[in-house]
Write a protein that binds this ligand. Structure first.
Ligand code: FES
Ligand code: FES
Length: 157
C-alpha cells in the first residue's frame, strides 16, 4: 500500500491505496466518481480522460500513484455544483451528445483546449480531440459545440 495526497476537483484528498492501482479504478471504484468512463482500457479511446494539472490524461494508463501532489479534475468537478460548464451547455444545446459514453472525456479535453487556446479553429479543435473517439455523433456537432462554447466564453464579461 502507498499513501497519496492530491487535489481532486478542488478538494484535498489523502488516502492509502495499492501501489499498482490504476487511476481510473481509484476514481470510479474507491472514490465513487463514475463520471469517468472506461471503454477500451488500453489508451485507444479517450473515454477515461481526466485533467491532471489542467492537461488531459488517460486514467486507464495512469497509476493512481502518479496523482501524488497533482491537481486532478474529473467531469464531476468541471463546473460548480448545479451549473454546467459552457462546453457542457453547448454540447446539450448543439446535440453533441448521443449515448454519452465519450462525453465526459470529450468535455474535459475541450475544456483544456479552451483554457490554452480561447479561440481554436475547427482544425485545432479536431486535433485537440484526436484522442477522444465517438462512435455516435460523427464529430461535426461536437466540433460545432466547442466552437460555440469558445464564443460564449469570449463573450463573458
Ligand atoms: S478507456 Fe482509457 S483510453 Fe480507452
Ligand atoms: S455520444 Fe456515443 S460515443 Fe460519443
Amino acid at each position: 500500500m502507498i499513501r497519496l495526497t492530491f487535489s481532486l476537483n478542488g478538494r484535498p484528498v489523502r488516502l492509502r491505496t495499492a501501489a499498482d492501482k490504476r487511476l481510473v479504478d481509484l476514481l470510479r471504484q474507491d472514490l465513487g466518481l463514475t463520471g469517468t468512463k472506461e471503454a477500451c482500457g488500453a489508451g485507444e479511446c479517450g473515454a477515461c480522460t481526466v485533467l491532471m494539472d489542467g492537461e488531459p490524461r488517460l486514467s486507464c494508463l495512469t497509476l493512481a500513484a502518479q496523482a501524488e501532489g497533482r491537481e486532478l479534475t474529473t467531469i464531476e468537478g468541471l463546473a460548480p455544483a448545479g451549473e454546467l460548464h459552457p462546453v457542457q451547455r453547448a454540447f446539450v444545446e448543439r446535440g453533441a451528445v448521443q449515448c454519452g459514453f465519450c462525453t465526459p472525456g470529450m468535455a474535459l479535453s475541450a475544456a483544456a483546449l479552451l483554457a490554452r487556446n480561447p479561440s481554436p479553429s475547427a482544425q485545432e479543435t479536431r486535433q485537440a480531440l484526436a484522442g477522444n473517439l465517438c462512435r455516435c455523433t460523427g464529430y461535426q456537432k461536437i466540433v460545432e459545440a466547442i466552437q460555440a462554447a469558445a464564443a460564449a466564453l469570449e463573450a463573458e464579461p
